[in-house]
Design a protein around this ligand. Sequence first.
Ligand code: ATP
Length: 306
Amino acid sequence: MIQLYVPLNFMGFVYREIKLAVADLEAMFRLLEQSPEIQDRPDARPLVVTGGTIRFENVRFAYDPERQILKDVSFEAPAGKTVAIVGPSGAGKSTISRLLFRFYDVQSGRITIDGQDIRAVTQTSLRDAIGMVPQDTVLFNDTVRYNIRYGRWDATDEEVERAAELAQIDGFIRLLPKGYETEVGERGLKLSGGEKQRVAIARTILKGPPLLILDEATSALDSATEKDIQDALETVSRGRTTIVIAHRLSTIVAADEILVLEAGEIVERGSHSDLMAKGGLYASLWNRQREADQARETLARVGEAA
Ligand code: ATP
């Protein structure tokens, strides 16, 4: 028994240490999800981003051979534009972002960036070109400054603070007991989901990638926080090709194109007003969410009055 217990206990220790050390979703993906079979080709070249046009061409993908997740998905995110992906839980939205990072290879079809197949470029250059604002940012057990500077190690203090200002988090940081030197994370100050997301946005602003994936938080935020985050996201996505994985539909009204994904297929596409006029799945998701938001606001008002 003890023989089994010791290695299990040790594994638990290693797991906890890894969990504490791993700082953000990108790094976590690298450790947990990167399949060893994804290798650079011997002739792989660095990705050259000219405008930043992303194309999915007839992409099919399955994690397990018996269950198809993406079925013939085609779309283009033109340089500098914002494309939002919406759809029911499990439709395959996050899978699209994982494929763009090339954590997995497509089964058929291809993904290109400015005409270059992502399987023909080096993984390092691909991932350097893409910024990710994940749903849940895990912070390093270090200072706020360190957590933002992680976006670009050679950034000056002024650049770190400017990025925090653009991400609407500078005011909050300055009120902390030690300002930018405050320790955060598991062993330090716990930040709320909205604050963590703004740290992630500041990090991404500092990194300055030409391509961006925003994976919106599913959790409901209060409307002031949501507005701050929305402004910060608008700042970071300006002039960058952006794919938004959207959970709260109110935040994507201004997207250049909205793709509605259902069970791995794009079933509707167009602008917000096109899709509302169509009265299909998007319109019903939108109406359902509005009703839920209204019910939440009513409950909050009743709570305040009580
Ligand atoms: P949500 O809105 O709930 O985040 P989603 O649309 O982003 O959902 P995905 O995360 O892309 O959905 O998942 C699509 C499907 O693929 C789901 O049914 C999920 O269970 C499955 N899936 C996701 N990751 C894996 C994996 N690593 N191995 C096997 N199946 C997976």
